[in-house]
Design a protein around this ligand. Structure first.
Ligand code: LLP
Length: 421
């Protein structure tokens, strides 16, 4: 459920008319709903009720500080994957002991940064990384809490570009090698092994792969404990999918996922961490764009928008579907027409949808891409020297620009000309 609903014939974000925001901010822009972010966070939090737990928002999904602050105030921790994300989380007021550092290639500088600023744990992805963390922590006289990310070799049944839990993927250490790696970890100075980490992929629409992976983690926990290791925390990753095509998708609910966690690892008495990104932010954000032209092609009509692949890359990159709806509510029973919905960027990949049935639209009309809150703004670029798309946050009857649209000077003045030119 989200808070982008038609009211009096127009789309609203909570109690704000989207057309008013468009008039004030210009298009395209991302628009988030505080109530939806809050609700989605709370669904996870409640799903783990009764267990010692922390929901660490995977901020790669949408990392604007206003979003981070909204979630942190509800009690969220943060899952970060770069020094930049770590700095952003800190800037948003998240304390180091609520920040988990994931990622397959943490640099020495990033490890040092997190040790200096405080860290809840590093999710270690390889032996070389573990040795470097040990070396750096020892050199600064600190002890780094770590989990080791294991790769359980399960098929997450999701798009190949976002599956991470098969042995052919670059993530984690093979679960069969885990005992060996934990033995080495126990002998290294400067690190303290506190648990196990697993993340098998993103946009999972079936719980079975989780069940298989978490069962393997439960077995491993018992084995490692028998080997003498302290396993007190399990980081179970993120990845729960959302309905992108609302008419025909119904992925599992966080409450079902929570019940699965309790069933598979609840008996171990560990503190549970999860790292959801998409399910918190995805349906809490839309991309609002304006029709520039309706162009008649050969046997098809193109809806040319002012938003483009640089603003929302998911359709071009993953063939992802986003529902696209007009901001003015269509009259009931209006005859729909097929459109190829495209942006102005000079490549055919800049296509959001082909043959999409829409009510008749004309120049100047506003449309909204639903489910664009996760992996939308964060993956935007300035390709074609198009200004980075701004972000707006709604809350009740208020809205605020949380990232301004840069003007052309700001963009082009970032270039520097070498002395020989
Ligand atoms: N934890 C780790 C270690 C991850 O790698 C990810 C996502 C998450 C948590 C959060 O997963 P989520 O709950 O958001 O599914 N750009 C792609 C998605 C990439 C996901 C990368 N890792 C997309 O637009 O679909």
């Amino acid at each position: 459920m989200d808070h982008f609903l038609y009211r009096d014939g127009e789309l609203y974000a909570e109690d704000v008319r989207i057309a008013d925001i468009a008039a004030s901010v210009g298009t395209p822009f991302y628009l988030y709903s505080t109530a939806t972010l809050t609700r989605h966070f709370q669904l996870f939090d409640e799903a783990l009720d009764g267990m010692d737990h922390m929901v660490c928002y995977a901020m790669k999904a949408a990392s604007n500080q206003a979003i981070l602050k909204t979630l942190a105030e509800l009690g969220a921790g943060m899952d970060v994957v770069s020094g930049g994300e770590y700095a952003r989380a800190k800037a948003a007021g998240v304390p180091g002991d609520r920040i988990v550092f994931s990622g397959v290639g943490k640099t020495r500088a990033e490890i040092r940064q997190a040790l200096d600023g405080g860290i809840r744990q590093f999710n270690v992805e390889s032996e070389p990384e573990m040795r470097v963390i040990s070396e750096i922590a020892t050199s600064v006289g600190k002890t780094a809490p770590i989990t080791v990310r294991v790769n359980p070799d399960v098929d997450a049944k999701t798009h190949e570009k976002i599956a991470t839990g098969k042995s052919e993927n670059k993530f984690g250490i093979p679960i069969a090698k885990a005992r060996e790696v934990y033995a080495e970890a126990a002998a290294l100075p400067g690190i303290e092994v506190i648990g196990i980490d697993v993340h098998i992929g993103s946009q999972l629409t079936d719980l079975t792969p989780y069940e298989l992976a978490y069962q393997k983690v439960a077995e491993l926990t018992e084995q490692l404990r028998a080997d003498g290791h302290t396993i007190k925390r399990l980081d179970l990753g993120g990845g729960l999918g959302i309905p992108y095509a609302r008419s025909n998708e119904a992925p599992p609910l966080p409450s079902d996922y929570g019940a699965l966690i309790k069933r598979t690892v609840g008996h171990l008495g560990c503190e549970i961490e999860i790292e959801p990104g998409r399910l918190i932010a995805g349906n809490a954000g839309i991309l609002v764009s304006r029709v520039i032209y309706v162009k008649q092609g050969e046997g098809r009509q193109f809806l040319i928008l002012d938003g483009a692949m640089n603003d929302l890359i998911r359709p071009a990159m993953y063939d992802a579907h986003h529902d696209i709806v007009p901001v003015i509510e269509p009259e009931p029973g209006v005859e729909q027409e097929p459109y190829d919905i495209v942006g102005p960027v000079c490549e055919s990949g800049d296509t959001f949808a082909k043959n999409r049935m829409m009510p008749p639209l004309k120049d100047g009309d506003l449309v909204a891409f639903r489910s664009a809150g996760a992996y939308g703004a964060v993956m935007a670029s300035e390709y074609n020297t198009r200004p980075l798309v701004p972000e707006v946050l709604a809350r009740g009857d208020q809205f605020a620009v949380i990232r301004q649209r840069p003007d052309f000077d700001e963009i082009i003045n970032r270039d520097t000309i070498p002395p020989w030119l």
